[in-house]
Write a protein that binds this ligand. Structure first.
Ligand SMILES: [Zn+2]
Length: 416
């Protein structure tokens, strides 16, 4: 045994922390856009405060009906959330703390608790410059967006062939296809694809054409869908047939991964809208079946339920075409990121992407990465200290290499 001295341990923690803080991240799943996408890019303090995580937390304290809340102007919603979660009680939840981290890193004085002064700061910003500043403060070099051709605000932007800021990579979101097929059919027809309610041969051909058209148009890195805990595969349903006969063949032919985010129960409380979704435990057998039966397809998978995390790690040990990523949504809390990251490193070594931001508001890149970096750094340092106790001293270069893999390198290798 070669136990490290207190000073050696502190020095090693320092090396890991510097590597983690200085490595530029590829954020593999977000909901942010470049400024050229206009109103789709959300930023600023009112957007931060009206994030759906904070809406859900606010409504726990109010007697107000959901309809009444949604009828308020965004600024009034933000006022109410600020008063309820930050002034009338201490903002200790992770989502509240995130707002404060953002304001603090931007150089604002959170001790004043003056929402109006924060608003004045944002009102004076130029959005292009602000994107640069946020990327810089977050230590993020590029992000992957969520791009939905069924979104009427987004589709025209792609059809106009505008050039996209190279820091923003596309991902083709296909929830519209897989989760509401009956509604997708008339729209696909309107766009010139010969599809029918029944997924027959003609439909299969043209859905494949739709997918390849949009992968090319967006230069998308992967196809993505969010799925309910009840998701089954194989399944005799339009979704089951669309996956087996359209999505997977296109994924294999183009080499693009199919990303599945599994475990979201939509609108458990419909009145809360985007804040009304919940979580359910999903079937790992579905993922095992997909990985085993489609060895030439690549699967990026994250699951929403904490209870699925261990079996997902074990599945990834069996299938190299399965890449596990991120601590999603209700898992994006320090205690759970710590637990999940530790387990993944112990079971999978460095062959994971431990985190994505899921940022819906540009500024959130700052806090999501600041908070996750601190935890990943602590977990990694513990692992290198354990190795040192066995006589294996990782060099600074080796540590930086490993961190670069976790913060984007593994993802890029998997995608290519
Ligand atoms: Zn997301």
């Amino acid at each position: 045994m070669a136990e490290l001295s207190y000073a050696e341990t502190a020095a090693l923690r320092n090396v890991v922390s510097r590597a983690v803080n200085e490595t530029q991240i590829t954020d593999i799943h977000t909901h942010i856009y470049p400024p050229a996408f206009g109103d789709l890019l959300l930023w600023g303090v009112d957007e931060l405060l009206t994030y759906h995580y904070l809406v859900a937390e606010t409504m726990r304290y109010l007697n107000m009906g959901c309809d009444h809340f949604w009828a308020l102007a965004k600024r009034s919603q933000a006022d109410l959330i600020w008063k309820t979660l930050f002034i009338e009680r201490s903002p200790i939840s992770e989502a509240c703390r995130g707002v404060l981290t953002v304001l603090d890193r931007l150089g604002l004085d959170v001790s004043t608790r003056s929402l109006d002064s924060y608003r004045r700061f944002f009102a004076g910003r130029n959005v292009e410059e602000y994107v640069d500043q946020v990327f810089e403060l977050a230590g993020v070099k590029s992000v992957v967006m969520t791009n939905d051709p069924f979104d009427d605000a987004e589709r025209p932007i792609w059809l106009s062939n505008k050039s996209v800021d190279s820091r923003f990579h596309a991902a083709l979101r296909i929830d519209g296809l897989l989760n509401s097929w009956q509604a997708a059919v008339p729209r696909l027809r309107e766009w010139g694809y010969k599809v029918n309610n029944e997924v027959n041969a003609e439909t299969v051909d043209d859905v494949r054409r739709f997918l390849t058209d949009w992968l090319d148009r967006m230069n998308a890195l992967y196809m993505a869908v969010s799925l309910p805990p009840t998701f089954e595969f194989p399944e005799h349903s339009p979704r089951g047939r669309l996956i087996s006969e359209c999505v997977l063949p296109v994924a294999i032919e183009t080499g693009r991964p199919f990303a599945m985010m599994i475990g979201v129960k939509k609108l458990t409380n419909p009145g809360l809208r985007l804040a009304g979704d919940s979580v359910g435990r999903s079937s790992i057998e579905v993922i095992e079946h997909l990985c085993a039966n489609y060895p030439d397809a690549k699967f990026l998978v994250t699951m929403l339920s904490r209870e699925n995390q261990h079996e997902l790690c074990v599945a990834a040990r069996k299938f190299r075409n399965l890449h596990v990523f991120g601590c999603w949504w209700f898992l994006n809390n320090p205690s759970l990121i710590n637990e999940i990251t530790r387990m993944r490193l112990e079971l999978l070594g460095l062959s994971v992407t431990p985190q994505h931001s899921d940022a819906r508001v540009l500024d959130q890149l700052i806090y999501k990465w600041a908070h996750s970096r601190a935890i990943i750094s602590e977990v990694l340092a513990d692992k290198y200290i354990d190795l040192a106790a066995a006589g294996w001293r990782a060099t600074e270069d080796e540590i930086r290499r490993d961190v670069a893999d976790l913060f984007g390198g593994n993802f890029w290798n998997f995608v290519r």
